[in-house]
Design a protein around this ligand. Sequence first.
Ligand code: PMT
Length: 403
Amino acid sequence: MNIVVGITGGIAAYKAVNVVRGLVLAGHEVHVVATEAALRFVGRPTLEAISRNPVHSELYEAVAEVRHVAIGQAAELIVVAPATANTIAKIAAGLADDLLGNSILASKAPILLAPAMHTEMWQNPATVANVATLRARGVQFVGPASGQLTGSDSGPGRMAEPDEIVAAALAVAAGGGPAGHRADLMGRRVLVTAGGTREPLDPVRFIGNRSSGKQGVAIARAAAARGAEVTLIAANLDEGVLTGLAGSIAVRHVSTTLELQEAVLLAAGTAELIVMAAAVADYRPETVAAGKIRKEAQGDSLQLRLVRNPDILHELVQGRHDGQVIVGFAAETEPDAAALLELAVAKRARKGVDYLVVNRVGWTETFGSDDNAVMVLDATGGNVAQAHGDKQSVADRILDVVA
Ligand code: PMT
């Protein structure tokens, strides 16, 4: 996506470097438009190196390219961080006396502002009215936070942290429009598991399953795009599945069910939403051989004794804290739709989850593929949603229901 990051003249401009970096690392093409005042706070070479593009600031530069409107016309999202009281007033008034003002006025893209100013300025009736005007036009805001300001004072007016701005920008981008109705997990802590656990038999072999982690990672991406702070517990995922993750997704790698259990229980305490999309082994070998199991020592058959793994989802439900929403998945091979639903309703009741996402799996179905088809059951066992298509859109539909 082509994202314009406007940087205006406030001390928080130094933090805008990390906003640019976060958006670039999330795979976006970022063009910085800095006001003259912004360039007193942060150097052009820094912004050019981090954005990997020239920084624009002059209204009368490249006039033949009609740059004063071209940047805004090409933008798919405009993020202004920091947005000073002065800039907010200018945008509200529709002023175009610098390149950023022109770019915003010439653009139809969604706009996200990250205000940064002293508390008195933020609370000034002029700013309050300007913000209300912009909100009414569909402009989105992230922050400001309350905290230590530039001097010794503190209060509301501190720019939101770069990670939060990046997450909000991605949420607005995912919403595809200025309404931002999908920024509905803003600041929420979400825990997602993805992939398949592996239970070792010896140093070279394991019992596992064919989960690629694509569906779980799609949920993590969708939650981050809605503004959540996500912990993704990744069981044996290929690096390819994890490329281009937003900075607001912290990844923890695990392999066995017991490792997954430890990581999940550690993160669950602060999570407000938990989605267990990982395919978890119900059994593990009772003993793990220290060296490679040799066929010469076994003869024609090999007997394995397996023991039950903990049911992590069940433990989560037992330890659930107030307000925590828990979503389980059910992977079933049942071909008949009515029988599948019956199995799912029973599993939902057994597990005690708030929502159960049911998908059919098979030799060629769902595991590893880019598409999925799901039903979502709620806590009454009612079938509240269905979705099919690529795993990212299925993830979004699931979050539409639970967010
Ligand atoms: O990874 P992909 O290739 O994209 O494929 C996606 C998927 C098919 C793996 C995914 O959509 C899915 O269905 N994941 C859950 C797989 C699973 O373990 O289903 P289950 O019906 O066996 O388990 C029910 C629920 O209990 C699941 O939420 C599971 O995470 C959880 N569980 C299961 C066993 C166990 N010991 N502890 C658990 O917490």
